[in-house]
Design a protein around this ligand. Structure first.
Ligand code: BTN
Length: 263
C-alpha cells in the first residue's frame, strides 16, 4: 500500500498521527506492543500492514487476511478513562467504523451495515470486521489503548476454517474498494468525533441505533470453550453490558463474551 495519500490527508485534516507502514508483520497489535515496549510514551500512532502473518482475533483465535486485499491496522491511543469506561473504546471504534462505511456506501441500498455486541461489524448479516482491543496500563488514569482493526475489503475467498458467515465489501457490492481511502475516512471520523467518549450514555445510544439485537433470541458464550446459553437480548445498558433474559426468566448482565443468533 502506498501511504502518501493517507499522510497528506491526515496533515490536511490537522490530525496529529504517526503512520508506521510495514509490507509484512506478524500482527499489528504485536508491533504496537513492541513500539510501546521501546517507548511507553508513544501516542497517536497508526501501525498498518498489507500482510499480517499471524493476525490475532478475540478469544485467542487467528485473524486471517489475504495479503494486499484488506485493511489490517492498529491505533495506539492514550485516553483518560476510568476502568469502568474501558469498554467504551470498543463501542466507539466499532460505531465509527460502521458510520464510516455507511457514509461511503450511502448510495448502495444493498449494503446493510449493522453492529453486533460487543464490537463486530456485520454487513448483510455476515462478519465484515473485527476489533481486538488491548490495554497497556489499565491501573493508571491515562490508559494506553491498542486498538486493532481488521476489515475485509477486497477478499472474496475465505479460509475454510472460518464460519461461512464471513464477508467483504467486494463480496457484497461486487465493487473493488481502495483500502487506503476507507482508512482515511475512518481516521478522520475517529479523531474528529472523539468527544463522544466523554458521554458514555450517548455513545451507547448511538451504538444501539446501529444494532438490531434487542429482542432477539441468541446463543451466548462468555468464553470460547464455555457452555452456550440461549437467551433473549433485553438491552445493552448505558455501561455497555449485554442484558440477557435466560430461559428461566432471569435477567443477567455480561461485560464480555460472544453472541451468535439463534435459529
Ligand atoms: C475478532 O476476533 O473479531 C477481532 C479481530 C481483530 C483483527 C485485527 S487485524 C489488525 C489487528 N492485528 C491483529 O493481530 N489483530 C487485529
Amino acid at each position: 500500500m502506498n501511504t502518501d495519500l493517507l499522510n497528506s490527508e491526515i496533515l490536511k485534516a490537522g490530525i496529529s498521527l504517526n503512520v508506521n507502514y510495514y509490507e509484512e508483520t506478524e500482527s499489528t497489535n504485536l508491533s504496537a506492543k513492541n513500539i510501546l515496549a521501546e517507548d511507553p510514551s508513544t501516542d497517536n500512532t497508526l501501525i498498518l500492514t498489507s500482510h499480517q502473518t499471524n493476525g490475532k482475533g478475540r478469544f485467542d483465535r487467528k485473524w486471517y487476511s489475504e495479503p494486499g486485499a484488506n485493511l489490517t491496522f492498529t491505533l495506539i491511543k492514550k485516553l483518560t478513562l476510568s476502568v469502568d469506561e474501558i469498554q467504551l473504546v470498543n463501542f466507539y471504534t466499532s460505531y465509527i467504523l460502521c458510520l464510516t462505511l455507511r457514509e461511503i456506501f450511502t448510495e448502495n441500498k444493498n449494503m446493510n451495515f449493522m453492529l453486533k455486541w460487543p464490537n463486530d461489524l456485520l454487513l448483510n448479516g455476515k462478519k465484515l470486521s473485527g476489533i481486538l482491543l488491548e490495554i497497556k496500563n489499565p491501573e493508571t488514569p491515562v490508559k494506553t489503548f491498542i486498538i486493532g482493526c481488521g476489515v475485509n475489503v477486497n477478499q472474496t475467498v475465505f479460509d475454510r476454517s472460518l464460519p461461512n458467515n464471513t464477508t467483504s465489501l467486494k463480496s457484497e457490492s461486487g465493487i473493488i474498494s481502495d483500502p487506503e481511502k476507507i482508512l482515511i475516512s475512518f481516521i478522520k471520523n475517529f479523531f474528529g468525533k472523539s468527544s463522544m467518549l466523554n458521554d458514555g450514555d450517548q455513545l451507547i445510544c448511538k451504538w444501539k441505533s446501529c444494532s438490531d439485537i434487542t429482542g432477539k433470541k441468541i446463543i451466548f458464550r462468555k468464553f470460547d470453550d464455555d457452555i452456550p446459553v440461549t437467551a433473549v437480548v433485553e438491552d445493552v445498558s448505558p455501561d455497555g453490558a449485554l442484558c440477557l433474559r435466560n430461559e428461566n426468566g432471569i435477567l443477567k448482565k455480561y461485560y464480555s463474551g460472544e453472541i451468535t443468533l439463534s435459529v
